[in-house]
Structures are given as structure tokens and as C-alpha cells.
Design a protein around this ligand. Sequence first.
Ligand SMILES: Cc1cc2nc3c(=O)[nH]c(=O)nc-3n(C[C@H](O)[C@H](O)[C@H](O)COP(=O)(O)O)c2cc1C
Length: 259
Amino acid sequence: MIRNEVVDSLMNRRSIRKYTEQIPSEEEILTVVRAGQQAPFAMQLGSVIIQRNRETNFFNAPIQFIILCDLHRMEKVMKIRGWEREASNIHSLLFGVQDAAYMAQNMVTAAESLGMGSCYIGAAPYMAEKLRQDCNIPDHVFPLVILSMGFPAEDPPVRPRYPMEFHLFEEKYQELTDEMTENAMAVMDQGYLAQNYYRNAGFMIPISDKVKEENYTFDNYSWTEHISRKMALWGTDPEELGKSLRICRLAVDEPAPEG
Ligand SMILES: Cc1cc2nc3c(=O)[nH]c(=O)nc-3n(C[C@H](O)[C@H](O)[C@H](O)COP(=O)(O)O)c2cc1C
């Protein structure tokens, strides 16, 4: 693999969940957001709200950004052009999620280059009602993710990733044999166990006796079990997100935008 300053910065990035007291300067903040803006876009559907209250920010970060999937701003432009959005909510959201996500990740990389760290918080879509109220978010704007940011007060190791052969397929999607899958799982699990990740975090996703017997301790609970539990036990009710989308007037089962 070729290494240079940019690649090294991408390869050495870790999510940061502890921050020093230092408050990023306005210039640093503007640089981060400006670099975010410059990400590739389909329709510039990403917006950000910055929050500076350490007391209420996740991880008590000095700043956090609510990353928004913003169809409202697009509609303002269209109105002046004499158009109405007829693109369905699901079509618009699919592009909006990409625009917002690429923008956010540019912000992460720019922050890294300025010596800052960051961490995404995935709960934003479930907090839609509160975020709309707290931040005056209009209809047709969906809170996608929160991005906490500041100067690192921890130095965690770089987290492992799946091996390349499990990630990159040449021309055609490759059949994933059990052997390949188990090898890839071992890389992830051994990597996280070697870092004592879940023991240090003191966290295992609890399971009820009704679902399965708990056979894991921090000696063998690792990433593939953790992530499997997340996908087996959390987010099972589509109505939860359905409600958030409806509150934002972006229900995906409706063909055209409302009101
Ligand atoms: C969409 C998304 C949501 C995330 N949500 C959370 C979260 O709620 N809490 C958290 O501590 N980390 C969260 N993360 C960070 C991931 O846990 C982290 O990126 C992953 O474990 C890999 O670790 P690394 O970023 O240090 O390489 C999230 C990341 C993404 C992309």
C-alpha cells in the first residue's frame, strides 16, 4: 500500500470519544465545514447545525454537528425557479443521505488534519422530534447523524477492518464461503479482543433469556457478536423510523412531497 500524508491520516484515524477543554477556533470550525461543503454532491442536500454546549453535547464535546439531509433548502431554490419537487421522498432521501454523508466525512478528515478528533452518533434519526423542536428544523429536513468534535483527550488504537478479500470483489460479487467468512470474522474478533475493546468499554449488548442464553464474557465477546446483536435486536420496528420520517414530512411510502 502506498503511504503519503493523506493516506496516513485516513489510516490512522480513530473515533474520539474524550475531548480536552480546548475549544476549536472559529477559523478551525469554518475550515472543517468549508471542506465538508466541497465534498462531491448530487444536489447539495447536506446541511449542518453546530451545537456548542458541552453540558448537553455527546461525550461533552466542545462542538457537535447535526448532519441534516435537507430537502427544504432545495425546495426554496426550486420555488424561485418556478418548480416544485415531484421527486419522491425515497428518491430524494437516497441522494440526500449520500450528500450529507460525504460532506460529513470530509469534515471528519479535515478535522483530523487540524489535530482534532471526532465521532459519529447514530441516534439522530430517532431524536428527530426533539432535534426539530430544539433547533427549529423545518419540514422536509431529516437529521441523519450527529458528529461530535474537539481535541482528543484519549489515544485509542486504530480499529481493525475486514481483510481485503472480504471487501473487494473483482468484476463479480464473490461467493462468501463459510471459511472466508470465518477467517474475516477471526481478524475482526481477535483484533478487538487484543485491544480489550469491550472490556475497557464495560459494555456488552444484553440479551434476554427468552432470546438466547448468554454464553459470552469479556474474554470472548467481540465485534462480530456485538454487531450481530445490534442487527438482531435493535431497530426491529420499522415504525420507529417511519414515525421520525413522518414527523419530518418525509414519509417514504408517499410518492410526492406533502404540503
Ligand atoms: C453512522 C454511524 C453511527 C455511529 N454511531 C456511534 C454511536 O452512537 N456511538 C459511538 O460511540 N460510536 C458511533 N459510531 C462510531 C463507530 O463505532 C466507529 O466508527 C467504529 O466502531 C469504527 O471505529 P473507528 O472509527 O475508531 O475506526 C458511529 C459511526 C457511524 C459511521
